[in-house]
Design a protein around this ligand. Sequence first.
Ligand code: ADP
Ligand code: MG
Length: 368
Amino acid sequence: MSDDRFISVQNISKHFGAVRAVDDVCFDIRRNEFFSLLGPSGCGKTTLMRMIAGFEEATSGDVHIDGQPMGHTPPHERPVNMVFQNYAIFPHLTVQQNIAFGLRKEKLAKKELNRRVEEALEMIKLPGYGPRAAHQLSGGQRQRIALARALIKKPKVLLLDEPLGALDKKLREQMQLELRALQKSIGITFIFVTHDQEEAMTMSDRIAVMSEGKALEVGPPAQLYERPTSHFVADFLGSMNFFDGRVLKAEPGMALVETRELGHVRVLSDNAGVVPGRDVIVAIRPENIAVSTQKPKGDINSVKGRVDTAAFLGDRSNIYVMVNDGRDTVLTVMQNLGGAASRIGAQSDDIWLSWNDKAGILLPATAR
Ligand SMILES: Nc1ncnc2c1ncn2[C@@H]1O[C@H](COP(=O)(O)OP(=O)(O)O)[C@@H](O)[C@H]1O
Ligand SMILES: [Mg+2]
């Protein structure tokens, strides 16, 4: 059994009547990987997770864990444990009793049990909290206890379904870094569900982006962000400008595309299917478009425009620029170094947008 295919999701589907909650999903998860399922609400993340855990029976397909097909294996016989968003902490019990609940079936001697609980409390950075009443804890602490209760059973795989969803932003960001560090230090495979793209990118080794029951793309965060291959993923991660275009010229590694908004654009292309006459979408990240008051020199893609609006965000500004005689808008983002972004934002004369050949991403027009 290779560590690259520690968990193998094989053509798994789940239909609820006419709803294809999960639709023929395939991917492999590596041993000790932090793997996230990312997608909007209703795209099938929880259903897929529940099938991996054994709480939901697949309509077709199967999951293999550590080389074993799971088939009808009930949840408690799978080497997985699950932490839910609405962490089921018992408020009338102590922290110690809540965590020990995870081991109730193992009939451990009291001394060993206490040792395991304390070990788990140290992992979640709440040493000595055992005697406290659970209802006295903050939301963040309660979520840590839920985590400890799952970790104490030493599962090979921990499934976390939007575990930070109930926490406020600051605490959530802190817990993201802690969870990631914890996962790396204990060496358990994590499958993490979230609808928050920044959360997924912060924490994950790899992400599966889901939409309408399908896993559209699987890869490391930077790859999905920089080289998406579908309109949905390009749009879902970060901000993106999309331009409809038609291929004029296709050379090895490079295509010349005619767009309404930007005129002619040179785009990197490693796609053999890109041929003259083909309708395509050119996608460009706002941060890859430079703004200048002078026409850029040299052989670079550029277009003339005027500032429409500028949203000042402190460290940077989102600058919306009208192009094509005011008929279209392009979003750029500019770092506010020494007030540069505020000066450009206040500019009323013509400005220039420019970007290099590597900035454009060529997507199939049918992917929209
Ligand atoms: N038990 C169920 N019965 C019927 N439809 C369900 C059931 N569970 C989920 N669904 C539907 O399946 C789809 C995916 O749901 P879910 O997996 O909860 O998505 P997510 O976790 O990504 O928000 C949704 O359309 C949801 O309404
Ligand atoms: Mg869900």
